[in-house]
Design a protein around this ligand. Structure first.
Ligand code: BG6
Length: 517
């Protein structure tokens, strides 16, 4: 039986408003599945280091890596250290603090489907808990290939590790994206997970929600009186959301072949951004209220039918080109990629949100690999003034641009009179830069923010089972149309460009154009 929490239970459990990185006073044990993998080494372990040295992992803690590769605790500490030092996301690693942190790292080799190995794991956790006086708080982090999520969850259940050992202890599980590869598999995974854990224990991670500037979207909208009155169909002409990367598929060609841009970016990160731009003001800033409102947005997006997919969704695949002046190969020449691959590395689409706030306001989304510039940006394009008194003069469009990365900030553009006797209008912008306003010293990686929230029991910035399914339900008809159209051409674009021509046409037919960063 699924143990989905009732609304009352969720309400009762609603965490206090997120405090975004406060110190934590209870000890805890973290088990990191997939500990020898790339994501664990590059993102998760450095984020844990960041939390530990900032007292956000508890006064006492242990991190037990679990993976198939046989390795001693010391080798695990060494490889984790090497990886952490080579990435800069959490700032420079202090050798003294690292060695203190590393003394809390342990490693246990095992098979993800082996009941015996999970018994061994349970025994090791009990021993470590007793030795380090950690109590019963436990966090399981699934950073493995998604195919083994099911096995891990089932084995955790069988080994009795999914239940808290006392009423005041907690057990939580963080599950990485992709959560399923279509609606059916996402439902299946939810069923497995909720057969073992309670929804309140489950933290489905989407690292975009941990980015400061993404959270700032809520602050911008709901803590200022000046933007929200304009944030609707009366004043907004359309919204553009771009998540552009200059990187190709790097060493992930094999994985990417089974994913593509729609699954990899749109179903998760880009729809998260969409729901935050469009969401109604939540009653409170807590997990239940915020996630209820976000779900309503996903449910209000007009479902795609065959005709809409053909008209409103564009895919593309990069061919050889140049990034920053350097030649790069096409997608089909990347390692691990089928030379006849039809996997999309670019998607642009138009969405309609059928609710009172957004009726008739198109949302244009696009994402792609090997585009001209790395930039994640949201553009709120306002309607023109209803009556332009400056006849025959070009009047600038008013737009609010939220730069999520790499140069975090917000800018408002408008027309201003040029100095001089002529009535000339110039295009100007008021810019707010995160770095200039707050310096770079205080930034925390998205992973550290989210891990810290999970340790404190704040699920606001994590995905709920119903939302993940709603996002898959939305993209599913597109996946179906594409997989049925086996001979249709996938438009190509040169690496280093802004995607295929069809992407421009999508906006041009409505008299609009992409606002390229
Ligand atoms: C991941 C995708 O979820 O997000 C990658 O799987 C993508 O393909 C990455 O490159 C982008 O994240 P960021 O934080 O670099 O924008």
């Amino acid at each position: 039986m699924n143990k989905t929490a009732t609304l009352e239970e969720i309400e009762a459990d609603a965490s206090p408003a997120s405090s975004w990185g406060a110190s934590v006073s209870e000890p805890c044990m973290v088990v990191l599945f997939g500990a020898s993998g790339d994501l664990a080494k590059r993102k998760v372990i450095p984020a844990m280091y960041d939390l530990a040295i900032n007292n956000s992992l508890g006064p006492r803690y242990a991190i037990v890596g679990f993976a198939r590769t046989a390795m001693s605790d010391d080798i695990f500490r060494g490889t984790a250290g090497e990886a952490a030092k080579s990435i800069s996301e959490v700032g420079p690693i202090d050798p003294k603090k690292w060695s203190e942190f590393a003394s809390n790292l342990y490693y246990q080799a095992g098979e993800y489907g082996s009941a015996e190995d999970f018994q061994k794991l349970a025994k090791r956790l009990d021993e470590l808990s007793a030795e380090k006086k950690l109590g019963g708080n436990r966090l399981f982090y699934l950073s493995t290939p998604p195919e083994v999520y099911r096995h891990i969850v089932e084995q955790l259940g069988r080994a009795g590790l999914a239940k808290a050992s006392s009423p005041d202890a907690w057990v939580r599980i963080i599950i990485e994206k992709p959560f399923g590869r279509d609606l059916a598999s996402a439902k299946e995974l939810n069923k497995t997970v909720l057969g073992v854990f309670d929804e309140r224990q489950v933290y489905r991670i989407d690292h975009y929600l941990g980015k400061d500037t993404v959270q700032n979207l809520l602050v911008l909208r709901f803590s200022n009186g000046i933007f929200e009155p304009l944030w609707n169909r009366n004043y907004v002409d359309h919204v553009q959301i771009t998540a552009a990367e200059t990187l190709g598929v790097e060493r992930r060609g094999g994985f990417y072949e089974t994913a593509g841009a729609l699954r990899d970016m749109i179903q998760s990160h880009v729809l998260q951004l969409t729901s935050l731009v469009a969401v109604e003001p939540p009653a409170r800033f807590d997990a239940t209220a915020v996630r209820n409102e976000k779900l309503k947005i996903l449910q209000s997006i007009r479902p795609f039918d065959l005709g809409m997919v053909a008209q409103s969704v564009v895919r593309g695949q990069y061919v050889a080109g140049a990034i920053d002046g350097k030649p790069v190969p096409g997608y089909r020449q990347e390692p691990g990629v089928n030379p006849h691959s039809r996997t999309e590395t670019f998607v642009a689409m138009e969405l309609q949100i059928d609710n009172w706030r957004w009726a008739g306001v198109p949302f244009y989304l696009r994402t792609g690999k090997r585009l001209a510039k790395r930039s994640t940006e949201i553009v709120i394009q306002f309607k023109r003034a209803p009556h332009i008194v400056f006849r025959e003069r070009e009047v600038e469009d008013n737009r609010l641009v939220l730069n999520i990365q790499p140069d975090e900030g917000i800018s408002v553009s408008f027309g201003a009179k040029r100095p001089g006797t002529e009535m000339g209008i110039g295009h100007v912008a008021m810019n707010f830069s995160y770095r200039e306003a707050f310096g770079d010293g205080k930034t925390r990686s998205a992973y550290a923010t989210l891990l810290g929230d999970c340790v404190r029991g704040d699920a606001t910035l994590f995905d709920r089972g119903d939302s993940v399914e709603a996002a898959w339900a939305l993209v599913e008809p597109i996946l179906d149309v594409w997989s049925a159209a086996k001979t249709a051409t996938v438009p190509q674009y040169a690496a280093g460009s802004w995607g295929p021509r069809e992407s421009d046409l999508l906006l041009e037919r409505g008299g609009r154009r992409w606002c390229n960063p």
